[in-house]
Design a protein around this ligand. Sequence first.
Ligand SMILES: C[S@@+](CC[C@H](N)C(=O)[O-])C[C@H]1O[C@@H](n2cnc3c(N)ncnc32)[C@H](O)[C@@H]1O
Length: 202
Amino acid sequence: MAKIREFPDWEKYYREEKVESMPWYHPAIDPDLEGALKRHKIRDGFALDLGTGPGTQALALAARGFNVTATDISETSVKNALKKAKKRGLDVEFRRDDILETKLEKEYDFIFDRGCFHVIAPGKRKDYVGIIDGLIKPGGYLFLKCFSHLEKMKGGPYRFTQDEIKRLFRTRFKILSIEQTVYHGTLSPLPKALFCVLKKPG
Ligand SMILES: C[S@@+](CC[C@H](N)C(=O)[O-])C[C@H]1O[C@@H](n2cnc3c(N)ncnc32)[C@H](O)[C@@H]1O
């Protein structure tokens, strides 16, 4: 059984800290997501950036022409990200939403989860998988980035092996790939991560 990890009060954290100094802040599109969109020839459609935080990925997707919804459990994070979107003339629907009690009703062509799943408590992971399945169109994708078991730093999010990801998601998704990569952000060295491409059967 994985040991229980502690996380900040997300709302307090986004109220008190500058997003640019957060470990996960990466102003450009995540290179693994960019590669996967190219490889799977996904050029348009409805995207959900789940646990959007600073909103960088939502803005990058909107700038590429996707129709983007972006949610986070922190009200402040989505308010601030919306201000950035407006300044840049980008149209993103930012909403405060706890994925485990989601009020989202639409289905998306893909969901990008960069760092939300790996802060979900182990006992809630099965619920997460069911909820995510319900938010993706048949034939749609989940692009999932989480810490890898190879990352040895103290503290931080939960880590996963490729087998753990397979066991958790294979009841609902076809596992297309799970690659070792890094989590792009402000830490040095960049933490070791997994990038997973999961497809909901069509
Ligand atoms: C590691 S950060 C990643 C932020 C962003 N995806 C990025 O890559 O810059 C995790 C984010 O998940 C959000 N979060 C945590 N639990 C959540 C939940 N149950 N529902 C929605 N968002 C959540 C946090 O507020 C935080 O912004």
